[in-house]
Design a protein around this ligand. Structure first.
Ligand SMILES: [Zn+2]
Ligand SMILES: [Zn+2]
Length: 183
């Protein structure tokens, strides 16, 4: 194992942050230096706590990359919107967003943006990382619900607006979304 393949594996894992990036980067694992690179990716993934069985070295390249960077996504998750209630820096407006307190805060209370991380809330399995823009607002059974669309992949989902927490969603921003605009 050379230091060069370890460095290449690290660079690969740093860059493999989205489904598109993985698709673009995976062929390197099947290239001329593929075998050394696979071993380095496997070793680096294990070092970072990814769940990699020994036979993962022979997996299809995309699957190996996805699994190897799994542990890194957890680390990224700690500084981005999350179904766990944690502070994060908004990737759209740059403000430091504190936890909601009583419930999980998954979007910025000022600009209402979120990040496309989850398939199921909290699982970080989407592998997209695109900014989710608020594209609509509806009232369902007395609850204000925001509709979102991902700027990168187009994924749409709904999320409850946070109105009864310390530092609630900005009412002015909610009104703008309700009128079809972007805060
Ligand atoms: Zn924001
Ligand atoms: Zn997305």
């Amino acid at each position: 194992m050379t230091d060069a393949s370890t460095a290449a594996a690290r660079a690969l894992l740093e860059a493999a942050t989205t489904r598109g990036a993985i698709k673009r980067l995976a062929p390197a694992l099947d290239g001329p230096d593929g075998e050394a690179l696979r071993q380095a990716v496997w070793r680096e993934g294990c070092r970072r706590g990814a769940d990699l069985p020994e036979d993962a070295i022979g997996w299809p390249a995309r699957r190996l990359l996805r699994r190897a960077r799994g542990a890194m996504e957890e680390a990224v998750g700690r500084t981005t919107p999350t179904a766990r209630d944690e502070s994060f820096t908004c990737q759209h407006c740059g403000r430091a967003v504190p936890p909601a307190g009583r419930t999980a805060r998954d979007h910025c209370p000022w600009c209402l943006r979120s990040i496309h991380l989850d398939v199921v809330p909290g699982d970080r399995a989407a592998g997209c990382g695109g900014v989710m823009h608020p594209v609509g607002l509806e009232i369902r059974g007395g609850t204000t619900v925001l509709r979102y669309r991902c700027a990168r992949c187009g994924h749409a989902h709904r999320v409850r607006a946070l109105v009864d927490v310390e530092l609630p969603d900005d009412p002015r921003a909610l009104r703008i979304v309700s009128a079809g605009g972007q805060p």
